[in-house]
Design a protein around this ligand. Structure first.
Ligand code: SAM
Length: 195
């Protein structure tokens, strides 16, 4: 087993260690509960994994692009999209130096994906006016409950998601224990071009 660090090799080893979908085929409960708050249109799922959330968004009428650096995860996402009868644009690429296009996406989703600082800083600029950002992730608090998974590099510090969403109007925010896990859940909307 490769030592835990946020590399494509590490994630490949996670995905290839199982024949099954590691994160399952069902979308996040948070996403399903609040999908109506998200701005319909173009959606970007960063660190898409095997596509469970991207495919759900596509089934709800979003035009979704999913990006992930694990070839196995991307192949599984393509297969799940085909089996689900939805169209999904899948990109196998590293997000480490990804420069998000200015005001391109109506919704950006981060589900259990903790971006590098440059991407963090630029996420909001990728949203259209009225566009929504959804974040769901483990917090570092969760590591007191369970340590593997999640991985330390995927966990958010307290209030980190709020910093990331600076300039957005916050529609939903919590950091709490839910489903036996300590999670941060955020939805923010971009109300002006200036943010
Ligand atoms: C914990 S999994 C979550 C997958 C998916 N978002 C979900 O909720 O099922 C994190 C994903 O982020 C991807 N990832 C992590 N760092 C990445 C990077 N720098 N560039 C592209 N993908 C990355 C991994 O390959 C992995 O599929």
């Amino acid at each position: 087993m490769i030592k835990e660090s946020n590399t494509p090799e590490f994630w490949e080893s996670i995905y290839t260690s199982k024949d099954q979908y590691v994160y399952g085929k069902e979308p996040s409960k948070f996403l399903v509960e609040y999908v109506d708050l998200l701005k319909k249109g173009t959606a970007l799922d960063l660190g898409m994994g095997e596509g469970r959330n991207a495919i759900y968004l596509a089934s709800q009428g979003f035009a979704v692009t999913g990006i992930d650096h694990s070839p196995t995860a991307v192949a599984r996402a393509k297969k799940l999209a085909a089996n689900s009868g939805v169209t999904l644009e899948c990109k196998e690429a590293s997000l480490d130096f990804f420069l998000i296009p200015l005001m391109k996406y109506d919704t950006i989703l981060l589900s259990d994906f903790h971006p590098q600082p440059v991407l963090m800083k630029n996420l909001v600029r990728g949203l259209t006016v009225g566009g929504t950002l959804m974040i769901e992730a483990y917090t570092k608090e969760h590591l007191k409950i369970k340590q593997d998974p999640p991985y330390i590099f995927d966990c958010f510090d307290s209030n980190e998601a709020l910093h990331l969403a600076q300039g957005l109007k916050i529609l939903q925010y919590s950091e709490r224990e839910i489903y036996g896990e300590h999670r941060v859940q955020l939805i923010g909307v971009k109300t002006t071009m200036a943010s």
